[in-house]
Each structure stands twice: as structure tokens, then as C-alpha cells.
Design a protein around this ligand. Structure first.
Ligand SMILES: Cc1cc2nc3c(=O)[nH]c(=O)nc-3n(C[C@H](O)[C@H](O)[C@H](O)COP(=O)(O)OP(=O)(O)OC[C@H]3O[C@@H](n4cnc5c(N)ncnc54)[C@H](O)[C@@H]3O)c2cc1C
Length: 438
């Protein structure tokens, strides 16, 4: 698809999956887009990240499927292995969840965040020629009725028709949009996470089976804890995440080095395979799970600054949808801007919010429901109905086509936003700043 130029200038702050997708989709829809990112150089950071079929559909549209093929080669292949769910203490497999048949137009993609990020980053910069300005921490935003912009560390002001704040959980853009600092809360949980090569795992007869027959995915479910372990790239790389209670207050930082001794304490009384896996870990991260109540708005006063991805809505990992929902946001704003045109940018931003807000809130909830399903497992019920412990894969989430949905919803919502007097009782979401209750 190559859209004719719209003349709309878009500045995106942040080159995570949310910001990159917004920029790629803005480029696809004919806007003139550039990215400003804090990190000075690209590094392959992170460990396992999940993209649902609803993200696979978006990737598939880039470069006629070429990008999705590159991603696919880096991702886990569970077509034969499925997902084996164990009881934490006995280790028995209580449910063997088969992998659904992949839709080639909308594949599920799970892999190393840094490696997948690099593919998408290089596609945006090198193949599409989107300017990505690295080493540019943006701390100041401005807007009026006619334009929005950012201030660079040099003091230079960059002006655009719209600024997209895709600057993650500690967003600065959020302060301007809301008019106050919305501090993260502890969700009451943290995740220890690690990614390493299989060298030691393959030497140990207790863990060898996970590395010699291709990719694997196993989960152990215990009281208020779950431990997920995968082997990937034909069993060559190993990755585990362990979600556990953690009441520490988080303020500035949410990711710390973790200690194996702490993990061993949680695994006392567990299937010894779990400890045998964890023992091989060279280093791990202790990732505090940040929670925020849904923000009252993602849109600034003049509707020329939009929060997107984690800056608007952080997800718990148990939803496996954080990055995917950030991507759906990017697709939606790009369509809304093209449909509304350069003279109606604020309306486009408000239509985006109307299209996305309720869906995001519903998907966000699944992070809590899946966690609670696992952490409060009734084992007698599972014995009678093993499927009740399965990882949910709801159709309304995974079969969603964000681009089609935006195209189909746009016209009516645009009318409601621009001509509310034509409708009875139109209730639209607010724009910022939001008065703080005393
Ligand atoms: C380093 C890193 C590692 C991660 N590892 C994992 C992982 O292993 N597994 C997982 O599930 N999720 C991981 N995540 C989170 C996951 O990528 C996001 O939840 C999801 O992709 C949504 O993406 P986003 O683009 O909204 O936010 P993010 O991915 O957080 O991207 C935000 C971007 O904005 C940039 N930024 C922030 N502030 C400024 C500023 N003031 N000026 C300019 N740029 C700014 C950041 O450097 C970052 O690149 C990681 C995120 C980061 C940043």
C-alpha cells in the first residue's frame, strides 16, 4: 500500500514497539513522520515478549510479509510441543494445551524483545527512511490550537501537526496531557526474568530434554506464583519468568538485578525440575510490575498531543498483550489522521481515543483475570476440568483487525466528535488537563 501524501506532520517520541509502529503506520498512510528517542544507540535489551495474532496481522502488512518472515525466524515454534501446564509441587502435567493452527496472515510471534525490536527498528529507519533521532530525551511538550511540538536538549523546538507520546511507563508526555504527575503503583507482584544459552542445561540430565527436541514451553502454577519456562531457536536459548508477590514500593526504577537465593526460597517445596532450570541462570532481572488505574484521558487540551502504548496504558505480562495493544494504537491513529485530513487533526486524535479506549481497558483486565485464575487455582476443579487452567486465547482479542476496525468506525465517531449537536446524548471521553480532586 502506498498512500498519497496527506501533508500531516507527525512527531513521535519513543522508539519502542508503540512508537515504531505509529511511525511505520503513519508513513504507510501518507503522513510525514519522524521519531525522537532517548537511547543513544540501539541495544538488544529485554527477554521474552509476546505478540498476539492481532499484532501478527499488523506486521504481515509491512513490506508484503517480508518483515513477518524475518520475525518468524527469530520466534518460538510450538506447533508440535504446545504448552504443558504443571502442578507446582507434584510436577504432573495437569493440562497439555495444543497450539492453535497459525493463520499465515496473522501469526502469533513470541521471541526476544531486543532481537524483534531490532528488525522493526531497522525496517523503519533503513527501508522506509523514517528519520529516527537517537540520544534525544524529550522533557518538554507544547501545543496550541494550530500546532504541537517538543523541545530538544539543545533547546531547539520541533513543531508538528500532532505529537505522539510513545515514551513508555514513565512518560513525560503524560504529565502535560493530564496536568499532574500520575505516579505508578506497585501491582503487588514482581517478575524475575532471565534469558541465556542452553550450554549448562543440555549437560544436565534433569534438564536436557528441554533442549534436544526443538522449542518447548512449560508452566508451573502455584499459590500466588507462576513459573514459565521456554526454550527457543530449536532449544538453543532458554528463558524463564517467575511472577511472585512483591509489596515493595516502586518509585523511580522498576527493574533491578535479581538474586537466585530469593528465587530458590520461592521454589521451596516445588517440583525439583524448576530449581534445576533456575540453577543454570547466569544473571536475572527483578522487574517490579507497575500498575496504573486507567487514565481519564490520553488526549491533551488542544487534542494535538496523544499518549500511546505504555504511556497511556501499561499491561501486566499475564495479558501477553502490552506490545500488541501499543501496535493497535499506532495503526488506529495513522488511519484516523488520514481520514480526518490536515484541517481536522484534533478531531482525528479524539476519534482515535473513542475507538481505542474501551477495548484497551477490557484487554488490560485480562492480565488480572489470567493471573488470578492461575494464582488461586482450585486443583479439584482442574482435575475435573483440566481446560479451566489453560492460557486463555480469546477470539475478540486475537481476531481483531485494528486497521479494518478503524476504517469502519471512523465516519460515525468523527461526526459525533465534530457535530455532537446532531446526536442525542453524545458522551465523549474528556481531554486534558484533568482537574485533580482535592
Ligand atoms: C529496555 C526495555 C526492555 C523491555 N523488555 C521487555 C521484555 O523483555 N518483555 C516484555 O514483555 N516487555 C518488555 N518491555 C516493555 C515492552 O516493550 C512494552 O511494554 C511494549 O512494547 C509497549 O511499548 P511502548 O512503545 O509503549 O513502550 P516502551 O517499549 O517502553 O518504549 C518507550 C520508549 O520511549 C523512550 N523514552 C522514554 N522517555 C523518553 C523521553 N523523555 N524522550 C525520548 N524517548 C523516551 C524509551 O527509551 C523507550 O525506547 C521493555 C521495554 C523497554 C524500554
Amino acid at each position: 500500500m502506498s498512500a498519497s501524501k496527506t501533508g500531516i506532520k507527525v512527531v513521535v517520541v519513543g522508539a519502542g514497539f508503540g512508537g515504531l509502529t505509529a511511525a511505520i503506520e503513519c508513513h504507510r498512510q501518507g503522513h510525514d513522520v519522524s521519531i525522537y528517542e532517548n537511547f543513544p544507540e540501539l541495544k538488544t535489551l529485554g527477554d521474552i515478549i509476546s505478540f498476539g495474532a492481532n499484532a501478527g496481522r499488523i506486521f504481515h502488512r509491512w513490506s508484503d510479509g517480508k518483515i513477518v518472515r524475518r520475525l518468524r525466524d527469530l520466534c518460538i515454534d510450538l506447533s508440535t510441543y504446545g504448552f504443558r501446564i504443571h502442578k507446582y509441587d507434584t510436577g504432573e502435567v495437569v493440562y497439555h494445551q495444543p497450539t492453535p493452527k497459525q493463520d499465515p496472515q496473522a501469526p502469533v510471534l513470541n521471541g526476544h524483545r531486543g532481537e524483534l525490536h531490532e528488525v522493526v527498528f531497522n525496517y523503519a529507519r533503513d527501508e522506509l527512511g523514517i528519520p529516527i533521532h537517537l540520544g534525544q530525551p524529550v522533557n518538554e511538550y507544547f501545543e496550541d490550537e494550530n500546532q504541537a511540538g517538543i523541545v530538544l536538549k539543545s533547546g531547539e523546538r520541533v513543531v508538528a501537526d500532532v505529537v505522539i507520546g510513545a515514551d513508555g511507563v514513565r512518560s513525560k508526555a503524560r504529565e502535560l496531557v493530564l496536568g499532574y504527575v500520575d505516579k505508578p503503583k506497585s501491582s503487588g507482584y514482581a517478575v524475575w526474568r532471565a534469558w541465556f544459552s542452553n550450554t549448562d542445561m543440555i549437560k544436565d540430565p534433569r534438564t536436557r530434554e528441554f533442549c534436544i527436541n526443538g522449542d518447548t514451553f512449560n508452566g508451573w502454577i502455584g499459590p500466588d506464583v507462576h513459573f514459565l519456562f521456554s526454550t527457543i531457536k530449536g532449544g538453543q536459548d532458554c528463558c524463564w519468568v517467575l511472577t511472585h508477590r512483591d509489596e515493595h514500593d516502586i518509585d523511580e526504577s522498576w527493574s533491578f538485578p535479581g538474586k537466585l537465593e530469593d528465587v530458590y526460597k520461592v521454589l521451596e517445596g516445588w517440583d525439583p525440575t524448576c530449581r534445576a532450570i533456575v540453577e543454570k541462570t547466569p544473571s536475572l532481572v527483578d522487574w517490579k510490575l507497575v500498575y496504573r488505574d486507567p487514565l481519564p484521558t490520553w488526549v491533551s487540551k488542544h487534542a494535538r498531543i496523544l499518549l500511546l502504548g505504555d504511556s497511556a496504558h501499561p499491561f501486566l505480562p499475564t495479558s501477553a498483550q502490552g506490545a500488541t495493544q501499543a501496535m493497535e494504537d499506532g495503526v488506529t491513529i495513522a488511519v484516523c489522521l488520514r481520514r480526518a485530513g490536515k484541517d481536522n487533526v484534533p478531531a482525528a486524535v479524539r476519534v482515535h481515543q473513542e475507538i481505542r479506549y474501551d477495548r484497551v481497558a477490557l484487554v488490560q483486565k485480562t492480565g488480572e483475570t489470567t493471573r488470578d485464575r492461575w494464582h488461586k487455582t482450585d486443583w479439584e476443579k482442574v482435575a475435573k476440568d483440566p481446560k479451566s487452567i489453560a492460557f486463555p486465547r480469546e477470539e475478540w482479542i486475537h481476531h481483531h483487525d485494528a486497521e479494518k476496525h478503524a476504517e469502519e468506525s471512523f465516519e460515525e465517531i468523527f461526526k459525533k466528535v465534530t457535530q455532537p449537536e446532531l446526536f442525542d446524548n453524545v458522551k465523549l471521553l474528556p481531554v486534558g488537563p484533568i482537574p485533580v480532586a482535592v
